[in-house]
Ligand binder design. Structure first.
Ligand code: URA
Length: 208
């Protein structure tokens, strides 16, 4: 499975600031979006471009334009919304497909409670947003949904990944491309990533 840890001084520095226990909601939000932008830069590196001649100020000039399949950004509710603005800054016209899942406490399986996908999603590359790849349960369910809808190239952007979540993804969806700022040590007994960021949703929404 292609996993890219975006090893850049800006990403490492910003991730370090995010890990601070007493970080404010404002700073957490800003940094999550800033890292989202930098992950997008890396994840879009392989998009094909084509030459086009336009009218420049001094006459015809050859420029590059992105061609081929368009992208849909897929934030997983609710924490995925915390990276969305940063990603949309980089791809301003992008269509957004929102997915909400909750965990059935008896079966422990993720259940879809809200799905609103971009039109003709089968013609788009999907870019899933979730700050934390922990156990991978919600992610795998979201990828199943996107594949059912016909998406063939699926990327996932995460601030932090747990090795356990990556192993599950490798087993169930080895074709999915992962872009992350860090792979941390492990999950604790409650499914939180260590050293991690704590509850990313609470930090983004200020609900802690
Ligand atoms: N979700 C979070 O917000 N944090 C974790 O560490 C794991 C899942």
């Amino acid at each position: 499975m292609p996993v890219t840890v975006v090893d850049h001084p800006l990403v490492r520095h910003k991730l370090g600031l995010l890990r601070e226990n007493n970080i404010s909601t404002k700073n957490f939000r800003e940094l999550a979006n800033e890292i989202g932008r930098l992950l997008t830069y890396e994840a879009t590196k392989s998009l094909p471009t084509e030459k086009k001649t336009i009218h420049g100020w001094a006459g015809p000039v050859e420029v590059d334009q992105i061609v081929g399949k368009k992208i849909t950004v897929v934030p997983i509710l609710r924490a995925g919304l915390g990276m969305m603005d940063g990603v949309v800054d980089m791809i301003p016209g992008v269509k957004v497909s929102v997915v909400g899942m909750y965990r059935n406490e008896e079966t422990l399986e993720p259940v879809r409670y809200y799905v609103k996908l971009a039109k003709k999603i089968h013609k788009r590359h999907a870019m899933i947003l979730d700050p934390m790849l922990a156990t991978g349960g919600t992610l795998v369910a979201t990828i199943n949904l996107l594949k059912e809808a016909g998406c063939r190239r699926i990327m996932g952007l995460f601030l932090v990944c747990a090795p356990e979540g990556l192993a599950r993804l490798e087993k169930e969806h080895p074709d999915v491309e992962v872009y992350t700022a860090a792979i941390d040590e492990r999950l604790n007994e409650n499914g939180y990533i260590l050293p991690g960021l704590g509850d990313a949703g609470d930090k983004i929404f200020g609900t802690k």
